[in-house]
Every structure is written in C-alpha cells, then in structure tokens.
Design a protein around this ligand. Sequence first.
Ligand SMILES: Nc1nc2c(c(=O)[nH]1)N[C@H]1C(S)=C(S)[C@@H](COP(=O)(O)O)O[C@H]1N2
Ligand SMILES: [Mo]
Length: 195
Amino acid sequence: GKILSRDHGYPLRCIVPGNVGARNVKWLTRIAVSEAESNSHWQQSDYKGFSPSTDWDTVDFTKSPAIQAMPVTSAICSPTEGEVLKIPADGYLTVHGYAWSGGGRRIVRVDLTADRGKTWHVAKIQQEAQPDGRHYGWSLWTGRIKMETASTGEVEIWAKAVDSAYNVQPETFENIWNLRGVLANAYHRIKIKII
Ligand SMILES: Nc1nc2c(c(=O)[nH]1)N[C@H]1C(S)=C(S)[C@@H](COP(=O)(O)O)O[C@H]1N2
Ligand SMILES: [Mo]
C-alpha cells in the first residue's frame, strides 16, 4: 500500500520469490520474454560459484550456472558477537535468529550448540503457513540452551539450519570459499562471554 522507494526500485521492481537479490531487478523500463538466458553481465559473468581453488587467472564463467535459488542459511541475531552476559537463574541461555532457504524450500529445523557440536539443541521455529516450495519468507527461531551452572568465560554459539530437502549448512567457510565470495552459508558462529 505504499509507493516503492527509489532505493528499492521505483517505479517498478521485479520480484522473483525464492531467487537471489541479484535477480530481483529494480528500476524496470522494459521486460523481454526470451527462450535464451539473458546475456547480461550479472547473469553470465558475476553471480556464479566456483571451486575454492579457482582464481581470477583460471576462472571460466561459462562453466558454472548462474545462481538463482540460494542454499540454506541461518544467522544468530541475539546475543550478538562479543556480548557479555549472565545466565539467568533457570540455567538457560536464550538465542534468537532467522533461517532461510532458496527455491521456496521450508526451514524444517535449526540446531544450536554451545559446546562446538558435542550436544545440539533444536530451536523452536516461527514461520508462515505456506506450502513447501512456496516458503519464501524468513523463519524466525528461538532456542534455549541449558548451560553448566559453573561455566563462565568465553563460549561459542553455533547455528545451522536444515531445509525441506534436508540440505544443511556446511560446517566451515574454508572449504566453500570462492573468488566472488558468494553462497557463503557455513554455520553462523558467535563468541560471547559469560560472567
Ligand atoms: N537495476 C538493478 N537492479 C538490481 C541491482 C542492480 O545493480 N541494478 N542489484 C541487485 C542486487 S545484486 C541486489 S542484492 C538487490 C539489492 O536491492 P535491495 O536491497 O532493495 O533488495 O537489488 C538487485 N536489483
Ligand atoms: Mo547483491
């Protein structure tokens, strides 16, 4: 019910649910329907994924498909990196965040750990009642992690999400790094300090 702002594409923006931001083209002046893929720089020579060992000397943009649907991802929003906090009397640390997957795939689970994966806690998910394949919005989640009463000092919290195709986030960025820095969906990890 509001006028689209210029930053977001006024007067007209193409919304392509389940696809990356790069395909949601702003400031539209013309729409061409074609059987051939667009030959624009952005479709052919930018948003594509490669092996971690591919560099600017060896890259061949014709060898990878354009990124359309994104892989499953999640982020911890609270607490924040570096936060100093006290565990409440009930012994539970509460963690909030969001998760999302491409192609309208629904988020079916978010796992949290405060001990580098020795024990995992399943978060409660809050999401729209949309059918799988048309699940385009973020899923918000809340997790409660039972902490050792004696544990103080630096703690790392990790989050990973699972989508309806059972795709799961990879553990580290090292092995998925690529020269454009895209598709960077490894576990989100934050360090907090418990006092
Ligand atoms: N016309 C036009 N549309 C565009 C772009 C652009 O450079 N030109 N960038 C795209 C990319 S890569 C992104 S991430 C989104 C960002 O816009 P938003 O912050 O409003 O989502 O716009 C998309 N639409
Ligand atoms: Mo982008």
